[in-house]
Design a protein. Structure first.
Length: 254
């Protein structure tokens, strides 16, 4: 039995992940944590009382999962390092400094960071890199749409898709949207376009446009449970792992 705590357990994603953990036989929800001052502290999440004491919750855990905000992710990593607990975060919008620090921490504990826990999206990262290599003369455009409450733009997933394409396009640059007389499209450009509206869980499309043909890769998430299922697989993967810096490609064996 793998004992898991969820940081951000009263959030949209955290709550779903907590209840999915509670619903399976090989994982147990050992703690539900929220930020100090949250109005829901003391409420129950799938039978577990929420607390704002992250350090205390980590004392009885094998793996900690974080779905919060970028500003609280650093404290999460530091707390996991102090407790010697494997750390997973699906929080998007982490800064370069935060990721660098997480890499440093991963010399002591297993750390897994992914802007998207969907298994299909993480396969999309690999396929995007492969196609970008195979079709060097094709223009690349990335488009994403999310619900109107999403705070970061572009999505962390879209950023990672661009990073995957850039591995095959040395010297290319990412352009965020276009407006006005911008001139002809340079060949070394990757277009990034963000849409926001309604209750869209998440949709990402990578377009490879060449002369006389076009390849489009699209992933649609139908519910947040998609990300929860990937998170559970990541928990099982990371439990008992040696210290190191991991991502969902490692979980999928890619």
């Amino acid at each position: 039995m793998i004992k898991v705590i969820v940081n951000g357990a009263l959030g949209r994603m955290g709550g779903i992940v907590a209840c999915e953990i509670d619903a399976v036989d090989d994982l147990t929800l050992a703690g539900a944590v929220e930020a100090a001052g949250h109005e829901g502290i003391g409420n129950s999440v799938c039978g577990v009382e929420t607390t704002d004491d992250l350090a205390a919750a980590l004392a009885d855990a094998d793996v900690a999962v974080d779905f919060t905000l970028p500003e609280s992710a650093s404290a999460f990593f530091e707390a996991c390092a102090a407790a010697g607990i494997a750390a997973i975060t699906g929080t998007t919008g982490l800064s370069h400094k935060q990721i660098t620090r997480a890499r440093e921490i991963s010399s002591n504990i297993p750390v897994l960071i992914s802007p998207n826990m969907s298994l299909g999206v993480n396969l999309l990262f690999k396929v995007t890199e492969d196609i970008a290599k195979a079709l060097p003369g094709f223009d690349i455009e990335i488009m994403e749409i999310h619900h109107n409450r999403k705070k970061d733009s572009p999505s962390g997933t879209a950023v990672k898709l661009a990073e995957a394409a850039l591995k095959a396009r040395t010297g290319a640059n990412v352009v965020h949207g276009r407006q006005g007389m911008v001139g002809e499209r340079p060949s070394g450009e990757i277009g990034m376009h963000s849409l926001r509206g309604g209750d869209v869980t998440g949709e990402h499309t990578v377009i490879f446009a060449g002369e006389g043909e076009r390849v489009e890769l699209t992933h649609r998430a139908h519910s947040r449970r998609t990300f929860a299922m990937g998170t559970l697989r990541a928990i099982r993967f990371l439990a008992g792992k040696q210290a190191g810096f991991y991502n969902m490609a490692d979980v999928l064996g890619l």
